[in-house]
Ligand binder design. Sequence first.
Ligand SMILES: NC(=O)c1ccc[n+]([C@@H]2O[C@H](COP(=O)([O-])OP(=O)(O)OC[C@H]3O[C@@H](n4cnc5c(N)ncnc54)[C@H](OP(=O)(O)O)[C@@H]3O)[C@@H](O)[C@H]2O)c1
Length: 335
Amino acid sequence: MDQEKIFHALVLDHVGSNACVKNMKISDLPEGDVLIKVSYSSLNYKDGLAVTGRGKIVRSYPMVPGIDLTGVVEYSNSPKFSTGDAVILTGWEIGEKYWGGYSQYARVKAEWLVPLPASMKPKHAMSIGTAGLTAMLSVMALEENGLQSDYEVVVTGAAGGVGSIAIALLSKLGYKVVASSGREEAHDYLRELGAYRIIDRQVLSREGKPLETQQWGGAIDTVGGKTLTGILRSLSHGGAVAACGLAGGSDFCTTVFPFILRGAKLIGIESVLCPSETRRKAWERLSQLLTSDLLERITQVYPLSEIPRLSEEILDGRVRGRIVIDVNALAASSK
Ligand SMILES: NC(=O)c1ccc[n+]([C@@H]2O[C@H](COP(=O)([O-])OP(=O)(O)OC[C@H]3O[C@@H](n4cnc5c(N)ncnc54)[C@H](OP(=O)(O)O)[C@@H]3O)[C@@H](O)[C@H]2O)c1
């Protein structure tokens, strides 16, 4: 591989700097045993925090943000992967501590990689990305707890990335999914994903008694704060909440009653350092449960240059579904 080969990457030079697309050389990439020619990345809530500097996500500079990538192995020093293998990388602190996916090339550790499932297109792997992996891990956690189909399952932050994919997965699995959303204009979209019923996000975040009518057989909560408090008080006996996000707040107050009187379970979902074997299982299930048509419907594709603008939008709750980044396109047009 020509170490002087020039490519494009989005770079944050220092704390508070604006993210800019820059020319880099292969020799500029950090150490790693696999060189990947990246095709697509994606935009997650955490990327928005990193790129805008509105959250303390980036831990060393200069940094190439982007917590997800997919591409083809160009060179491998590891027996686990060979030149030409199609791979996915999400999490493992790329885009935070290690250089990430907003780049035409990435050099990474082989142990971070998962093979692209045979039936999945690279673009669709990034329609899923960290958001979709988190949704799948949340569904798997609820299943392990014994998800009850005689009650509805609620998904909060429904029109966002994790929420959209969680609704699609749960509905495909046959559950009655209730979408909690603050966006009236997203109702048709949520029904298309498989939502059985839609509630305004304020229904769950209002004040209430410590325990209320049992309503939810399970929940996937991307919002946190008062919303999580609201879910817990209406969780059915033995039900569980997969808590994976904080789009509405990081603190929450509750009483012990849902836990000691109804056996409620609060399950934390963590996708960044999730073990490789669990990831592989999750990606296989994602490839079985999500169709190309559905992934096309939830996805918009943008070039690297649009990431700073889109980062503000995702933090303001204005992105619907998933944003895929075509790292090899520089023109500012949505496809
Ligand atoms: N634990 C993990 O490993 C992990 C992995 C991925 C993501 N996450 C977290 O999960 C959350 C969602 O991520 P995402 O990528 O899906 O983000 P996203 O696409 O921006 O979706 C978040 C959704 O939350 C709702 N929302 C936004 N602001 C809100 C507010 N102030 N109050 C109530 N609801 C609000 C909106 O949905 P509506 O418009 O439909 O109401 C929004 O679309 C984030 O907090 C992210 O950090 C965690």
